[in-house]
Design a protein around this ligand. Structure first.
Ligand SMILES: Nc1ncnc2c1ncn2[C@@H]1O[C@H](COP(=O)(O)OP(=O)(O)OP(=O)(O)O)[C@@H](O)[C@H]1O
Ligand SMILES: [Mg+2]
Length: 239
């Protein structure tokens, strides 16, 4: 699936997510979000803790079935992907996730962690490893390719997780604070790699971040509050 630049990769229509909180009361984590992410664009999502940023990524990434509204990825309604197994397969093929925590598989090396999804998809092992090393190199982590996660620093683990998210050439990349564990130079490098995936592969990239230092790399910035998108601006444009 190669998206055409300027066409929507992801469409959310009035998406709501409600959770039952610990006290039994319902929490409206997403209160009706409508959003299109276009092929080739990188969007930053900002907002206070608890405003629904992670929930938005979970709904967009088909990890959370919304309570209301509709999600469409590359023209396919998520509701039409019927079983959990089919949904998992759909995600693995089309979506790259970078979570707040790296969640690498401890018994696999960095390169094996990156290569795994490719191997599952039938890419020959040697080719998968070559691509894994190339992705790690783009993130300045190739020298750690043979190490297991336990012997990597937090920032190195996070860069491996970014490489893993990009391995299957996803049309949609969703990253939740991917630079929180990184110094500013490496944080910027991760953001630049994500942006190059948008530009070169025409993927849509959404990044939740609190980090104002990479604002100039975003095509659009969405501000969230209280489960909604409350403002949208283009960096450089008047707020
Ligand atoms: N599984 C869950 N069960 C119940 N409530 C939840 C669940 N997940 C999130 N919430 C609630 O939904 C709201 C939105 O949470 P979310 O994790 O999306 O916020 P966030 O913007 O990502 O915050 P942070 O910046 O702290 O990561 C919060 O009030 C949170 O407590
Ligand atoms: Mg969050």
């Amino acid at each position: 699936m190669t998206p055409q630049p300027g066409t929507p990769v992801l469409s959310l229509r009035d998406v709501g997510v409600r959770y039952r909180g610990g006290d039994g009361a319902m929490v409206e984590a997403l209160a009706g979000v409508t959003l299109d992410l276009m092929a080739g664009e990188m969007v930053g999502i900002f907002g206070p803790s608890g405003c629904g940023k992670t929930t938005l990524l979970m709904a967009a990434g088909l990890l959370e079935r919304p309570t209301s509204g509709a999600v469409q990825l590359a023209g396919i309604p998520a509701a039409a992907v019927a079983t959990e197994a089919a949904l998992r397969d759909f995600r693995r093929r089309h979506i790259g996730f970078v979570f707040q925590k790296p969640n690498l598989i401890p018994v696999l090396t960095a390169a094996e962690n990156v290569a795994l999804a490719m191997v599952i998809d039938g890419v020959p092992a040697a080719e998968a490893e070559r691509r894994a090393i190339a992705l790690l190199a783009a993130l300045e982590a190739a020298h750690r390719a043979g190490n297991r996660p336990a012997s990597l620093s937090g920032g190195e683990q996070q860069r491996v997780a970014v490489a893993r998210a990009l391995a299957n050439d996803p049309v949609l990349v969703l990253a939740d604070e991917p630079t929180a564990a990184l110094d500013s130079r490496r944080g910027r490098q991760v953001m630049e790699v994500l942006r190059s995936i948008a530009r070169e592969r025409h993927a849509a990239v959404a990044v939740v971040t609190h980090d104002p230092r990479s604002i100039d790399l975003f095509d659009r910035i969405l501000e969230m509050d209280d489960g909604r998108i409350v403002a949208e601006r283009r960096p450089g444009a008047q707020a």
